[in-house]
Write a protein that binds this ligand. Structure first.
Ligand code: HEC
Length: 144
C-alpha cells in the first residue's frame, strides 16, 4: 500500500517538473529570443531574422545541425547557461518545428550544449551552408 502511494507521489512530482520545464523554456524564449525572432517565432524578413518554424527541426537531425543550433550568435554570445540553452532549444524545436523534427529526436542536454557551444566558428554562415549541403545529401531540401 505504501509503495503505491509513493509511486503516485513520484509520478505527480515528475509531471510537475516537466510542466515547469516547458514553462521555463517558454519564459526564457520570450526573454532572450523574442526581441528579434518575435513572440510567435515568425522572425522578421526586413531585418533578416529567420523564422524559427520548420527549418530548425531539420537541423536537429544531424550532428552538424545540432552544433549549428547551439552556435548561432543569439545563443553563442548570450549570457545563458548551457542548461538554459538546452531548455530553450528543446522548447523552441517542439513548439515551432515539431513537423520537421525526426521521430527519434533526442532532446539537447546541458552536457551536449556545453561541448558544442565551446567551439565558436568564425563564420557561422559557412557552417549553415555546410549543414544545408549535408541535409540535401540526405534528400532534405531547404529553400528560403
Ligand atoms: C539580436 C537579435 C537576435 C536574438 C536576441 C536572437 N537571435 Fe537568433 N538569429 C538572429 C539573426 C539575425 C539570425 C540569422 C543570422 C545569423 O545566423 O546570424 C538568427 C538565427 C537563428 C537561428 C538559425 C535559424 C536558421 O534558419 O538559420 C536559430 C535557430 C536562432 N537564431 C535561435 C535563437 C534563439 C533560440 C535565441 C534566444 C536564445 C535567439 N536566436 C536570439 C537574431 C537574433
Amino acid at each position: 500500500m505504501m509503495r503505491g502511494k509513493w509511486a503516485v507521489l513520484l509520478l505527480l512530482a515528475s509531471v510537475g517538473g516537466a510542466a515547469q520545464a516547458v514553462d521555463y523554456g517558454h519564459q526564457s524564449y520570450l526573454l532572450h529570443c523574442a526581441g528579434c525572432h518575435l513572440p510567435d517565432g515568425s522572425g522578421s524578413k526586413p531585418n533578416d531574422v529567420p523564422s524559427l518554424h520548420g527549418i530548425p527541426g531539420h537541423f536537429a537531425r544531424i550532428p552538424e545541425g545540432r552544433a549549428f543550433l547551439t552556435q548561432v550568435p543569439g545563443i553563442a554570445y548570450s549570457p545563458l547557461s548551457n542548461a538554459e540553452v538546452a531548455e530553450i532549444l528543446n522548447w523552441m524545436l517542439l513548439e515551432y518545428s515539431k513537423d520537421t523534427l525526426p521521430a527519434d529526436f533526442v532532446p539537447f542536454t546541458e552536457a551536449e550544449v556545453e561541448r558544442l557551444r565551446a567551439e565558436r566558428p568564425a563564420e557561422i554562415f559557412k557552417v549553415r551552408e555546410l549543414v544545408l549541403g549535408r541535409l540535401q545529401q540526405l534528400g532534405i531540401r531547404i529553400d528560403y
